[in-house]
Design a protein around this ligand. Structure first.
Ligand SMILES: NC(=O)c1ccc[n+]([C@@H]2O[C@H](COP(=O)([O-])OP(=O)(O)OC[C@H]3O[C@@H](n4cnc5c(N)ncnc54)[C@H](OP(=O)(O)O)[C@@H]3O)[C@@H](O)[C@H]2O)c1
Length: 308
């Protein structure tokens, strides 16, 4: 079968070539990939694993071989799933507890945008408890995780403030449910009961100063770069008992990935969650799509389609 593999000699360090078929464990389904999504985290891994690595976590497609232990959906099911690599390929093995069957109306392109970003948004929001009436700040709001988080928080009844990187991104937030879209965290912003931060550095430092007493700040990414955030006890003067949570999606309960992917796919089916497909391209253009994500020219999610 064909698929992507890192190769230091290939253009952009990534080649589409003939690869061995997946070797499923008894608990894996083999998915014939219809579409796959890109994640910012994969950009760093592509630079580290430059030779012989097969990337790809977010996949949607059809079950070609059901799990030998009968734990997953049957052959022919349309599914979304989160693979342990190898998803930028025609076929991939995925543990059956990490897939969800797709509602008929949800396309593979929509579904492929969901896994890492959607699960991160859903599960970081859960860190803050009840959303009804909560004042929530989402940084990096035009990004993959951010645009899901804004919509899910609004659907849960929160008062959402969306922070974007500049005026050019404000339009992208229209219709996602944020009550307020801002390009900076001013002194008058907040206070917030829950902050989701995927940008880091100075943005994280400013957000800490806008916390309400007892608030939760979930730090999950560093899309703005690896600058460290200085922190002192006094930063919590206005927010006693606030807590900081370092969030890692793969440590957030992998056994229920499939169930939560089902939650997200159902919301898409009901028109309550829009996967914000910023770029949908043929898989032969994966190297260019990776570069566009790296240059921050995409708003929302990037998805590649695999020809039958
Ligand atoms: N911990 C986990 O389990 C986990 C899971 C998923 C993602 N992540 C991490 O979370 C981060 C976000 O992921 P993603 O998939 O949402 O990435 P993404 O789609 O690239 O979105 C990143 C967002 O951050 C914004 N941004 C970047 N630099 C900024 C800056 N200096 N100031 C203000 N905003 C800035 C971008 O705005 P522009 O588009 O305007 O540039 C964009 O809205 C990444 O670091 C990723 O690796 C971690």
């Amino acid at each position: 079968m064909r698929g992507h593999i890192t190769d230091p000699g290939a253009e952009g360090g990534l080649a589409l070539r003939e690869l061995p078929e997946p070797e499923p464990s008894p608990h894996d389904v083999v998915v014939g990939v219809g579409a796959y999504g890109l994640n910012r985290g994969e950009l760093a891994l592509l630079q580290q694993r430059t030779d012989g690595w097969r990337p790809g976590q977010d996949v949607a497609g059809t079950v070609l071989t059901e799990a030998a232990d009968r734990s997953g959906p049957p052959e022919g099911s349309r599914v979304v799933g989160i693979a342990d690599g190898g998803g930028w390929s025609a076929r991939v093995a995925v543990p059956s507890h990490r897939v969800a069957v797709l509602p008929e109306q949800v396309t593979f392109e929509q579904a492929a945008a969901l896994p890492v970003a959607g699960l991160t948004a859903l599960r970081t929001l859960r860190q803050g408890g009840a959303l009804l009436g909560a004042r929530v700040l989402v940084t990096g709001a035009s990004g993959g995780v951010g645009s899901f988080a804004v919509q899910l928080a609004a659907a849960g009844g929160a008062e959402v403030t969306a922070l974007v990187s500049g005026k050019h991104r404000i339009g992208a937030l229209r219709g996602l449910g944020a009550g307020n879209v801002v390009t900076g965290i001013g002194e008058d912003a907040g206070p917030f009961d829950l902050v989701l931060d995927g940008v880091g550095g100075p943005v994280l430092a400013e957000a800490i100063h806008r916390l309400a007493p007892g608030a939760t700040l979930v730090a999950y990414g560093i899309a703005g770069g690896a600058d460290r955030t200085p922190l002192a006890f006094y930063d919590f003067a206005a927010a006693p008992l606030a807590r900081l949570v370092g969030f890692f999606v793969y440590a957030s309960g992998e056994d229920t990935f499939g169930r939560d992917l089902g939650v997200l796919a159902t919301l898409v089916d009901r028109g309550r969650l829009d996967p914000q497909l910023g770029s949908v391209r043929d898989w032969a253009e994966t190297t260019d799509a990776v570069e566009a994500l790296r240059r921050r020219t995409v708003t929302g999610k990037t998805v590649l389609t695999v020809p039958n």
